[in-house]
Write a protein that binds this ligand. Sequence first.
Ligand SMILES: [Zn+2]
Length: 393
Amino acid sequence: MGIKHLVAKAACFQVGNGASIRIWSDPWIPNFPGFIPTPKEGANSDLALVLQNPGCSLLNLLIGSREWFLLPPILMLTCCPLKRIAANLLPSKEIISRFNESMDLRCPLCNSAMETTLHIFTVCPFAKSLWFQSQWGLKMDVLNFDSPSEFVKFLLSPTFASNFSPSHREEFLLFGAILCDVIWKQRNRSIFENVDINLEGVAAKIFSLFVEHKSARPPLVRPQVSLAALGWNSPPRHGLKINVDAAVGPKFSVIATVTRDWRGRVVFTGSRKVNTTFPLQVEAEVVRWALTLVPDLRCDSVSVEIDSQVVANLISNSSVPPLWRIRFLCFDLRSFLSSYSNVVVSWVPRICNEAAHILAKWSLFWKFYGSFDVSFSSDCFSPIVLRESSGLV
Ligand SMILES: [Zn+2]
């Protein structure tokens, strides 16, 4: 009770639909002193934040529409930002400048145009590149949307996809919603935390969120597995297991493979430098390296294990559309896998992939790559291999 006035000093309204907010007297803009904008001369102090534009009617249409309610719960949750975009309720610089004429209007992502809602999600070079890298390869600048609501309408009913099945439409909408959400969060980090935005990192984040949400299913009853039971497992007798991992650095990355037999003995271990910092590409490159080792291994079966669920899914499940950036690499890997009946690529938790993980990190840190004897670094690598092997029966 006693601290209510203190909380009120630091509290800022959540905008919602704007109808209950008085523009010039309520605290509603997060980066303004006291969260309250300075009134323009002669401004109506009782003016509510209700934006009159076609987006509002579309917003109502979206919320009440059959399409909206047919969305799975996960999609409804993810698509929440779209409702604000449709109603042009996101506090873009263009919107805020109506209450602060002296502010810098440039888009923080490209610094070359005024930041409007449409700009930031469609024609900003940053957004354009992300749309073009998507599996639909969209060129957003040629679509010429007139308003944010038209853009959201396009996400709901893409004009280029009249023959899409309902599930494909849903996927497109999901991707669009995730892309907008991630861009908006990155834009906020750029403005409020001065964080430099890495396009490749953002693309990878969008893609992995997309794959995660797409494969989300109602919770299944999973068997209880104790942590003690987790750890490296040996391959079948006369088979080999290649654990792979990657460490992404600021200028280049390192990939590492650890090949062991069914007794846990190391057959080959090595690391390599790769000239990309795009996480999914790095992880796919390490799988490619592991698969090139297969013809020389001469064993009954080979199991490649990676702790990136997204990449394992991309490579082993041909129904998952690959990210544009690594499309050809994925096709190569899938075609390699389909030509070998005794090779599988699968995901394991990090705890089961420690040796490859440590080797990649160690190589990146020391900038030291090549094939190694298991005893090469007694302080970090060999104890893990020993520990993993000792768990074997
Ligand atoms: Zn921009």
